[in-house]
Design a protein around this ligand. Structure first.
Ligand code: NAP
Length: 312
C-alpha cells in the first residue's frame, strides 16, 4: 500500500496482531462487511504458527500442525475480505477520531481497533543468553529443533510450553533435560505423564540456570544452581530452549490503555479496553487461561462488539 493510500482510506476496523485471535477477528470483521485490515509483523498465526502440533483445538481429532491451522485461519479471513499487511506498529493515537496507527512510516486510520498482539517469550536475563541467542539459545523448538540432531539439550521451565516442546525436541535430540525452578511442573497432567514416560526426557528440579556458556561453535554447557540447598552444577549441552513464560507485546500502547501489573491489557467482558472503540483479544489480555481455543473465541467476541460499537 502506498503512503497516500494508507493516509486517505479509513478502515472500519484495524486489528493489530495476526495470531489466532487477530485472524478470527478478521474472519468476523470481513464477513460482517467491515473494511478490515490485520497488521502483523511476522507470519500469520503468531505463537500458534510456531507450535508443531496443536492437539486440543476442536475439530481436529488427530491434532493439526500449528502452521497449517494458522494458514487456514489466514485464508478464511482474507476470503471474507479482510486485508493482511506485514507491518510492525510503531505508535498509535487511539483517542483521536479516527484512530491513528503508524507502521513502517505509513499512517493507517480506523474507526475501531482490536489489539491482538499476543505475548512473546520472557528472557531469563542470565549471562550468555543474549550472546548465544541464535547459536544454541532458542525460544522456538519448532523453528530450531532440527538443527540439534543427536545433541543433549536443556529446556528451561515447567509450563505447558516447556514440556510440550521438550517432547517435540526428543524427535531430534539424544537427550532433553528439563530444568525447573520448583519440584513440580505447572504443565497439564497429560503432558507431564508423557514426559515422565519418555526415556529421552530427564528432570532437574528446584534449579535455575545461572549462566549459559560455550565457545565459537555455540553453546557447550549450562551452569545451574539448586535454589533449595545452593549447590551449583553444570549440564553439558549443545542447546538451550527457554520457556520461562511470556510477556505481553503491549509496549507500543499509551498509558490510557489500562493494564495489569504484569502489563496485560485489562478489558470488561465485552473485551472493551479503557479507551472507547479499542478492544483487546487473545494472549495480550489479562486473564487466567491462554489457549488457542479461547483466543479464537475472544477474536470473534471482539469483532462482534466492534460491529455493535460502530452501529452505535
Ligand atoms: P507459563 O505457563 O507461564 O509457564 C512458565 C514456566 O516457566 C513456569 O513453570 C515458571 O515456573 C517458569 N519460569 C518463569 N520464570 C522463570 C525464570 N525466570 N526462571 C526459570 N523458570 C521460570 O508459560 P508457558 O508454558 O509459555 O504457557 C503460556 C500459556 O500458554 C499458558 O497459559 C499455557 O497453558 C498456554 N499453553 C498451552 C498449551 C496447550 O494447551 N497445549 C501449550 C503451550 C502453552 P513456575 O511454575 O515456578 O512459575
Amino acid at each position: 500500500m502506498s503512503d497516500n493510500q494508507a493516509q486517505t482510506s479509513v478502515y472500519d476496523l484495524i486489528i493489530i496482531g495476526g495470531g489466532p485471535a487477530g485472524l478470527t477477528a478478521g474472519i468476523y470483521g470481513g464477513r460482517a462487511g467491515l473494511k478490515t485490515v490485520i497488521m502483523e509483523q511476522g507470519i500469520p498465526g503468531g505463537q500458534a504458527a510456531q507450535t508443531e502440533k496443536i492437539e486440543n483445538f476442536p475439530g481436529f481429532p488427530e491434532g493439526i500442525d500449528g502452521p497449517e491451522l494458522s494458514m487456514k485461519m489466514y485464508e478464511q479471513a482474507t476470503r471474507f475480505g479482510a486485508e493482511f499487511t506485514n507491518a510492525s506498529v510503531e505508535s498509535v493515537d487511539l483517542e483521536a477520531t479516527p484512530k491513528v496507527i503508524r507502521a513502517y512510516g505509513e499512517t493507517y486510520l480506523a474507526r475501531a481497533v482490536i489489539i491482538a498482539t499476543g505475548a512473546k517469550p520472557r528472557r531469563l536475563n542470565v549471562p550468555g543468553e543474549e550472546e548465544y541467542s541464535g547459536r544454541g539459545v532458542s525460544y522456538c523448538a519448532t523453528c530450531d529443533g532440527a538443527f540439534f540432531k543427536g545433541e543433549d539439550l536443556v529446556v528451561v521451565g515447567g509450563g505447558d510450553s516447556a514440556v510440550e516442546e521438550a517432547l517435540f525436541l526428543t524427535h531430534y535430540a539424544k537427550s532433553v533435560t528439563i530444568v525447573h525452578r520448583r519440584d513440580e511442573l505447572r504443565a497439564q497432567k497429560v503432558l507431564q505423564d508423557r514426559a515422565s514416560a519418555n526415556p529421552k526426557v530427564n528432570f532437574i528440579w528446584n534449579s535455575v540456570i545461572e549462566k549459559i556458556d560455550g565457545d565459537d561453535k555455540g553453546v557447550r554447557r549450562c551452569l545451574i544452581r539448586n535454589v533449595v540447598n545452593g549447590e551449583k552444577g553444570e549440564i553439558p549441552c549443545g542447546g538451550v530452549f527457554i520457556y520461562a513464560g511470556t510477556a505481553p507485546a503491549t509496549e507500543f500502547l499509551p498509558a490510557s490503555i489500562a493494564r495489569s501489573q504484569d502489563r496485560y491489557i485489562v478489558t470488561n467482558e465485552n473485551l472493551e479496553t479503557s479507551v472507547a472503540g479499542v478492544f483487546a483479544a487473545g494472549d495480550c489480555r489479562a486473564k487466567p487461561v491462554r489457549q488457542v481455543a479461547n483466543a479464537v473465541g475472544e477474536g470473534a467476541v471482539a469483532a462482534i462488539m466492534v460491529e455493535k460499537y460502530l452501529a452505535r
